[in-house]
Design a protein around this ligand. Structure first.
Ligand SMILES: [Fe+2]
Length: 375
């Protein structure tokens, strides 16, 4: 149930959208909205996710944006990632009409008969991460082995997902076109975010960006993925396993994730004090969050927030939920270890014991978690 504060916040987000056509007014409205969000800290059911105005870095290619413009955003992103591990990017310049086309083409694919979709299932996740994932095929919370995660997805893996033959061209002919139309924009945005993080962390050697060359060269193996997610309607007349969930509790595994979601809702985020709160969607925003490896890279300063998507009664029998995610991970061979500028925080030492005080290979770490998630 949304309380009054949440409803007022949603109305305010719509006002921002209306005003966003005029940059000056947009700037003022964003500042006011951010201030308003601060007043929602005591909201009982919705997490406060900072809104960050990206208009200073939105236009053009990454290479054409100067550091002065990145600096305008870097401190806001750094503060958000250290406090909540997430932020909503607005005025980001990503063409949302292209996202609408991805949703439409994805829906065409996901509404195909099961036997048709099954032709495109991943054959061996150790060799390729490109293809279709059916309901229950993947369990991101591998600790809950008896649960069922009720969703479908299509992964476009950076290494072989750019190859035309690896799309469902015969059954969903617009899918490849739609994904490829948005791919370069998201990669461009990801590089801009990585540069902001470098500036915030004072990484003058450019080491974070240089660890992600896969963003412009698909021959470099990594676990950077474009994922189209489809949370299909649940039939209220059919029994649902008692331990079923849409997406199990997890924090993302890689460097950063850019999540674009529709307005259906359902995403929940765990706060540092252990409460699960709704992450109410903000129309046309991109939700940015840190992954586990970025958390390790920054010595625990950037928080990889736990999140999940639950089955809620409001959603049952209504419209399906869709999202499109750019999971950004470092190049194969990248050894992730806390940057010299950001040694491990004392209160993170225990959490990082899983890394055994050793560099983690970005690819191998992600691959181990994948293999635990597929059966
Ligand atoms: Fe996630």
């Amino acid at each position: 149930m949304m309380n009054d504060a949440c409803i007022i916040y949603l109305r305010w987000a719509k006002i921002i959208k209306l005003f966003s056509k005029v940059r000056l007014i947009s700037f003022v409205s964003v500042k006011l909205a951010t201030a308003y969000q601060l007043r929602l800290c005591d909201c009982k059911s919705t997490i406060m996710i900072p809104l960050i105005d990206c208009s200073s870095i939105a236009g053009g290619a990454f290479e054409d944006v100067g550091d002065k413009n990145f600096e305008k955003v870097a401190s806001d992103i750094g503060a958000a990632m250290t406090e909540t591990g997430m932020c909503n990017l607005i005025n980001h310049g990503i063409d949302m009409k292209k996202i609408a086309k991805v949703y439409e083409a994805s829906k065409t694919f996901f509404n195909l008969p099961v036997e048709t979709k099954s032709k495109y299932k991943k054959v061996d996740v150790r060799k390729s991460f490109n293809g279709y994932v059916g309901p229950g095929d993947e369990l991101v919370n591998a600790k809950q082995k008896n649960s069922t995660e009720l969703r479908e997805s299509w992964d476009t893996w950076s290494v072989d997902g750019h190859d035309a033959k690896n799309f469902p061209n015969d059954d969903a002919p617009d899918f490849k076109l739609a994904v490829n139309a948005i791919r370069s924009e998201l990669e461009n945005m990801a590089k801009k975010i990585l540069r902001c993080i470098e500036i915030y962390l004072q990484l003058d050697d450019g080491s974070l960006l240089s660890a992600h060359e896969n963003l412009q060269d698909y021959s470099i193996e990594s676990h950077t993925i474009l994922r189209s997610l489809y949370y299909f309607n649940l039939d209220p007349n059919e029994s649902i396993p008692p331990d079923a969930i849409r997406c199990g509790e997890h924090s993302d595994w890689g460097t950063i994730t850019l999540l674009i979601q529709d307005m259906v809702g359902g995403l929940e985020v765990k706060t540092l004090d252990g409460k699960w709160l709704d992450a109410t969607p903000v129309e046309n925003a991109i939700l940015l969050n840190s992954g586990q490896l970025l958390e390790y890279w920054t010595g625990g300063r950037f928080h990889a927030a736990m999140h999940r998507v639950r089955i809620n009664n409001q959603e049952m029998g209504k419209v399906p939920r869709q999202s499109f995610v750019h999971i950004v991970n470092a190049d194969r061979g990248t050894q992730v270890f806390p940057f010299p500028m950001t040694p491990v925080l004392m209160d993170k030492v225990e959490q990082f014991e899983k890394f055994n005080n050793q560099p983690a290979d970005a690819y191998d770490y992600f691959q181990r978690l994948i293999e635990a998630s597929y059966y």
